[in-house]
Design a protein around this ligand. Structure first.
Ligand SMILES: [Zn+2]
Length: 258
């Protein structure tokens, strides 16, 4: 429905109307990936494998006007021809999207990691992205850094599973000693480079890599979630972590995955 009448408006989008298109697409993408609502539009669209609608609209417009031109000349527009146009248009969409992701306004880490593999990720990589993988790729999830700096639910960024002062997704992946066993299993499959670009490369290269990363995220994040639930239940023991109520509860619930 969002692309209804695209040939009429696709070439007349400005920053304001483009933002109007982005907002509902971001909401839909967040629902698809079941990500936290603080995730940027750029990251959400990549993870949901949905090209920006303004690019899709330009393709629809291009095909429409080509069809009109052919018909005005009295030429027949065959299914084969429109299929070829769509294929060509798809290539243009992906290249334009890749160009945009070279200088993203947000979601830089996700954009940098996925951009070299965008075509493969969107069209060929069949694995299911779990919401725990989304947490690991975006850093928006059960990490001290996120819970303190963005969600405002923790008094510090401290890792609760070791004495590290900044619990990020990368700390969880690469360093936290609490997950050494799970990390050893992961490294046995994908190697010892656990940077986000290396993780994404391993994931799109083979189903074994994909499964190993999914297993790591499920095993580790589920334990971090359980530990967080325990801390939430133990609010009386820590006066800084008071139970959320009223406005704080509403803010917290808005940040949870849909
Ligand atoms: Zn740690």
């Amino acid at each position: 429905m969002a692309l209804y009448g695209a040939p009429v408006w696709a070439e007349h989008l400005n920053a304001q109307t483009r933002a109007l298109l982005r907002s509902p697409q971001r909401s839909m993408a967040l629902r698809i990936i079941r990500g936290y609502r603080t995730i940027s539009c750029e990251a959400a669209l990549i993870l949901a494998r949905t090209p920006p609608w303004d690019l899709e609209a330009r393709v629809l417009s291009e095909i429409y006007y080509r069809t009109v031109e052919f018909k005005q000349r009295g030429d027949r527009v065959s299914l084969e021809l429109t299929t070829r146009w769509r294929r060509q248009a798809r290539i243009i969409i992906m290249r334009t999207w890749e160009d945009r992701l070279a200088t993203p306004t947000a979601g830089r880490a996700v954009a940098a990691a996925f951009r070299p593999h965008l075509e493969t990720w969107i069209t060929h990589c069949k694995g299911t992205l779990t919401f725990r993988m989304v947490q690991m790729f975006t850093g928006h999830g059960c990490f001290g850094h996120y819970l303190h700096c963005t969600a405002r639910r923790e008094p510090t960024t401290q890792c609760h599973h070791c004495d590290h002062g900044d619990d990020t997704a990368q700390h969880t992946l690469e360093d936290c000693p609490a997950w050494a066993e799970q990390r050893a299993v992961l490294c046995a499959t994908i190697g010892y480079d656990l940077s986000l670009p290396a993780i994404v490369t391993a994931m799109v290269r083979s189903s074994q890599g994909y499964d190993a990363i999914a297993d790591f995220c499920e095993a580790v994040i589920s334990q971090k979630e359980a530990a967080e639930r325990e801390r939430e239940a133990d609010v009386a023991a820590d006066p800084v972590r008071r139970r959320r109520g009223g406005r704080r509860r509403a803010i917290h619930e808005r940040q949870l995955p849909p």
